[in-house]
Design a protein around this ligand. Structure first.
Ligand code: TMP
Ligand code: ASP
Length: 242
């Protein structure tokens, strides 16, 4: 890990400056949290696995025309990324009902949604990341109407690419969370990470509902074999040429 003073430390990553102000180093930690950090733990090897999975998925998305912050992966836990100012919105895309959608709507776990649902949440730990409507985003001056439309369109394009990609890994992409930011030229880039921490991923070969879970729900719900699930995702993702 770098001896440089971090610019920022989050729950799962540490961001370091580099000699180039347009480039940052993102260090992926083994630390895991859930329920707005009320539950804390470690998933051994998670940092390196999430870094490798994210790097591969960012490459796939870039080759499919999605602008991302990813530059390269200089070491197992580190990713060089373009510096962006992060928009404080977590954009969640859902294909199948799970998690908070089930809790808040009563839809049964596993219900296939008739269209990909895009939900916005305020990236604010102190407030507990509440859901935002487009009007509330405008009210808080977080993004313009055009930018909200752009976020939605990019998220839906990413969903199409990743759904097909995970399908080729025999994994169902249930839902996932994205973050975006603006670079120094005001270009909108996909940022943060895409990993079993930020996606729900179900193994299509599994025969029961607990065994199918290959993502952070194993940690959230104490399902066990967390490291093995992340390793399974990594193996399948990295085996796909992008
Ligand atoms: P949810 O069902 O809890 O709203 O989560 C939807 C998706 O977003 C799921 O794939 C997990 C991911 N997610 C994050 O990446 N970070 C978060 O803080 C939360 C709450 C969810
Ligand atoms: N990452 C979030 C947290 O700790 C929540 C989650 O992923 O469940 O707080």
């Amino acid at each position: 890990m770098s001896a440089v003073t971090p610019l920022y430390e989050g729950k799962a990553k540490i961001i370091y400056p580099t000699d180039n102000p347009e480039v940052l180093l993102s260090y992926f930690k083994d630390d895991a949290t859930a329920f707005n950090a009320q539950k804390k733990g470690q998933i051994i090897g998670k940092g390196a696995m999430n870094c490798a999975i994210s790097a591969h998925l960012f490459k796939k998305l870039a080759s499919s025309g999605i602008p991302t912050h990813f530059i390269d992966q200089p070491s197992a836990n580190e990713m060089r990324v373009k510096a962006v100012s992060i928009i404080p919105i977590e954009v969640v895309v859902r294909n199948i009902a799970a998690g908070s959608l089930c809790q808040q709507t009563g839809l049964a776990l596993g219900t296939a949604l008739p269209f990909a649902l895009v939900d916005f949440y305020y990236k604010d730990d102190a407030l507990g990341d509440p859901m935002l409507s487009p009007d509330r985003i405008l009210l808080l001056n977080i993004a313009t109407t055009d930018q909200i439309d752009q976020l939605r369109q990019m998220a839906l394009s990413i969903n199409q690419i990743l759904t097909e990609f995970f399908q080729s890994c025999s994994i169902t992409l249930v839902d996932f969370k994205l973050e975006f930011g603006f670079d120094s030229r005001q270009q909108l880039l996909l940022a943060d990470e895409i990993s079993p921490d930020t996606c729900r991923l179900w193994d299509q070969a599994a025969t029961d509902t607990a065994a199918r879970v290959l993502d952070k729900d194993r940690f959230r719900q104490d399902l066990g074999n967390v490291e093995q699930a992340y390793a399974q995702v990594m193996e399948r993702v990295l085996s796909q040429v992008v």
